[in-house]
Write a protein that binds this ligand. Structure first.
Ligand SMILES: [Zn+2]
Length: 248
């Protein structure tokens, strides 16, 4: 690590659990972020600024005017552009590391391929089909997954870590055949609540990459901004989970 990097990341280096070794791990790390909306925007900003070596950015959508209040990677001039292109422009201006773009809805073999190439996946998507697919790909490849979700004024966060098989996976928490939720503009979402969950999602990703233990590799964290109440709930593997059953 050169002097400029030491200075830039000194606040992280001074953390006893992080140090130079932790920051060095971040600088070598590759992270796939699926979804560049209200969650992914913030996750990408914090991981880029924290020195993560390579970000793989996946989203099939273009920037819409109604995205701007919470999708803080984008400006008015980006409306109509592919989110991946707009994100690259914003992140490159902030001195991000390597950026690779997937302007598509990653599923099936393409998703498995991208997951296998990274050290960690952040699920910042907005639908159950994608969430289940990402979870399955991560479990199969034994790649840590940091999953965040937000709806209206509430959110949840968990880490599916290959070293914590007893905690199960994302699929253990939800039954099959969940309805596709309406979009954020239809059901509503408070922008800063998405930012709150995303900031903690980035923090969890950094902890996992740097080797700092987190209770969320065993627990589910739920937060309600309406009451400002939050709690951690212990997760247990579902013995009938179709994904965990075949866990490596
Ligand atoms: Zn499972």
């Amino acid at each position: 690590m050169d002097d400029a990097a030491l200075l830039r990341h000194s606040a992280h280096i001074f953390l006893p659990d992080m140090g130079v070794e932790g920051v060095s791990r971040l600088m070598r790390a590759r992270v796939l972020i699926v979804g560049l909306g209200g969650l992914g925007s913030v996750v990408a900003l914090y991981l880029a600024r924290s020195g993560v070596g390579e970000l793989v950015l996946a989203d099939p959508d273009t920037v819409a005017l109604s995205n701007l209040p919470r999708q803080i990677l984008y400006a008015d001039r980006h409306v109509g552009q592919a989110k991946t292109d707009a994100a690259r422009e914003s992140l490159a201006a902030l001195g991000a590391g390597r950026l690779r773009l997937c302007p598509e809805r990653l599923l099936g073999a393409r998703l498995a391929d991208e997951v296998a190439r990274v050290d960690l996946v952040c699920d910042a998507s907005d639908n159950f089909t994608t969430r289940f697919a990402i979870n399955e790909a991560c479990v199969r490849a034994a790649i840590p997954l940091v999953s965040a979700a937000v709806i209206r004024m509430a959110g949840q966060l968990l880490v599916v870590h290959p070293q914590e098989p007893a905690a199960g996976c994302y699929r253990c928490l939800y039954p099959e055949g969940l309805e596709e939720a309406e979009s954020c503009s239809e059901r509503g979402v408070l922008g800063p609540v998405a930012g709150t969950l995303a900031t903690l999602q980035a923090a969890e990703a950094i902890k996992v990459l740097a080797g700092i233990p987190t209770p969320l590799s065993r627990d589910l964290w739920v937060f309600d901004d309406a009451t400002l109440e939050s709690r951690r709930i212990r997760r247990r593997r579902d013995p009938d989970c179709p994904v965990c059953k075949t866990r490596p």
